[in-house]
Design a protein around this ligand. Structure first.
Ligand SMILES: NC(=O)c1ccc[n+]([C@@H]2O[C@H](COP(=O)([O-])OP(=O)(O)OC[C@H]3O[C@@H](n4cnc5c(N)ncnc54)[C@H](OP(=O)(O)O)[C@@H]3O)[C@@H](O)[C@H]2O)c1
Length: 302
C-alpha cells in the first residue's frame, strides 16, 4: 500500500493533533505523519510548522483549531504551567477528546492535569518520552503512558507510531514516577560509564575500544535486574552475586586505581558510601541488592 493510500485509509480511522513543535513535538508529528496518520500541528511561533506542513501536516491557525481537528490531542511543551496556559483558554473544546500530555513533570503535576482534563470532560493520558528525540518513530523509542485505559486502547495504534508505547496503569502519576526513576537509572549507568572512561583513558585506553567491551558487559549488569527486583519484592537477599562486604572490599580497588590515575573520586565515593551504609544497617553478609533497603530507608533511623 502506498503512503498516500495508507494516509487515506488512516484519515477515515483517526487523526491526531500535536501542540508544541519544539525538538520533541516536531519529532512526534513527523512520526505520526510517517505512519500515515492525518496530523494537525500548532506552535506558538508558526514558522516551526513549515517543514511539517511540507511533509503533509495540516497547520492549525490557533490552539483551539488544533484541539477541534480530531479526537486525539498530543501536547508537548516545556512544562505543565505552559500546558495550562495554552490549553486553559480552549479547555471547553477538549470535551469528548483524549489529551495525551508528553510534557515532563512531577507526579503531582500529572495528577492535577488529569483532574483538570476530567473537569473539562476529556480523557487523559500522562506520558514521557524516554529515548531522546533521535529514535522517535522507531520501535526502540520508549514512551511510558498512564491514565485512562480506555483512551489508551482507543488510540494505541496511533500512539504506537511513536515507538514502544508502554501503558503503566490507571494512575496518571505513574508516568512521571517511571520517567524520573528511569532518568535516574540512565544517569546512574552513565555516571559509572563516564567515570570508567576517564579512568581507562588516563591509563592510555582508547575510549571507543573500552566502550565496545563495556557495552557487551552491560548484558551481565542488566541480567541481574530481574533477579534483584525479585529479591527486593521478597525482602530476602541471598549472596549469589557476592555479599555487601565482598563488594565493599572490591570497591577499594576501584577507588585506589582512580586515585592512582589522578581522576576524580566522586563516583566510587558514592558506591563506597552506599555499601558502607548497607553494612552498617546489618547487611554486610547479605547480597548486594540489600542496598535497595538502605536507600529505601532514607533518613529513617531503624
Ligand atoms: N528534547 C528532548 O530530547 C526531550 C526528551 C524527553 C522529554 N522531553 C520533554 O519534552 C518537552 C518539550 O521539550 P522540547 O525539547 O521539545 O522543548 P523545546 O525544543 O524547547 O520546545 C519548546 C516548545 O514549547 C513552546 N513554548 C514555550 N513556551 C510557550 C508558551 N508560553 N506558549 C506556547 N508555546 C510555548 C515553544 O514554542 P516557540 O517555538 O514559539 O518558542 C516550543 O515549540 C519538555 O517537557 C521536555 O522535558 C524532551
Amino acid at each position: 500500500m502506498s503512503l498516500a493510500e495508507q494516509r487515506t485509509e488512516n484519515d477515515e480511522q483517526s487523526a491526531v493533533s500535536v501542540i508544541g513543535l519544539g525538538q520533541m513535538g516536531t519529532r512526534l508529528a513527523q512520526a505520526f505523519l510517517a505512519a500515515g496518520y492525518a496530523t494537525t500541528v500548532w506552535n506558538r511561533s508558526p514558522a516551526k510548522a513549515d517543514a511539517l506542513v511540507a511533509q503533509g501536516a495540516v497547520r492549525a491557525a490557533t490552539a483551539a483549531a488544533a484541539v477541534t481537528a480530531g479526537p486525539l490531542v498530543v501536547v508537548c511543551l516545556p512544562d505543565y504551567a505552559t500546558v495550562h496556559g495554552v490549553l486553559g483558554p480552549v479547555a471547553a473544546e477538549l470535551r469528548g477528546r483524549t489529551l495525551v500530555n508528553l510534557t515532563s513533570g512531577t507526579p503531582e503535576e500529572a495528577a492535577d492535569a488529569a483532574d483538570r482534563a476530567a473537569g473539562h470532560g476529556a480523557a487523559y493520558l500522562d506520558g514521557a518520552a524516554m529515548s531522546g528525540t533521535r529514535l522517535v518513530g522507531r520501535p526502540e523509542a520508549l514512551f511510558v503512558l498512564s491514565g485512562s485505559r480506555a483512551a489508551f486502547d482507543t488510540h494505541q495504534a496511533v500512539l504506537r507510531s511513536l515507538g514502544n508505547t508502554v501503558y503503566l496503569g490507571a494512575d496518571p502519576a505513574l508516568a512521571p514516577v517511571y520517567d524520573t526513576a528511569l532518568f535516574g537509572l540512565a544517569w546512574g549507568a552513565l555516571a559509572g560509564f563516564y567515570h570508567s572512561v576517564a579512568l581507562t583513558r588516563a591509563a592510555g585506553v582508547d575510549p571507543s575500544a573500552f566502550a565496545g567491551v563495556a557495552a557487551a558487559h552491560m548484558q551481565f549488569v542488566t541480567s541481574l535486574m530481574t533477579e534483584h527486583a525479585r529479591q527486593a519484592q521478597e525482602g530476602s537477599f541471598p549472596d549469589d552475586d557476592g555479599t555487601v562486604e565482598v563488594h565493599r572490599a572490591a570497591m577499594e580497588h576501584l577507588a585506589h586505581t582512580g586515585t592512582a590515575q589522578g581522576v576524580g573520586t566522586e563516583v566510587p565515593a558514592l558506591f563506597r558510601s552506599l555499601l558502607e551504609q548497607a553494612a552498617a544497617d546489618g547487611h554486610g553478609a547479605s547480597g548486594i541488592a540489600s542496598v535497595i533497603e538502605t536507600i529505601a530507608k532514607g533518613a529513617r533511623k531503624d
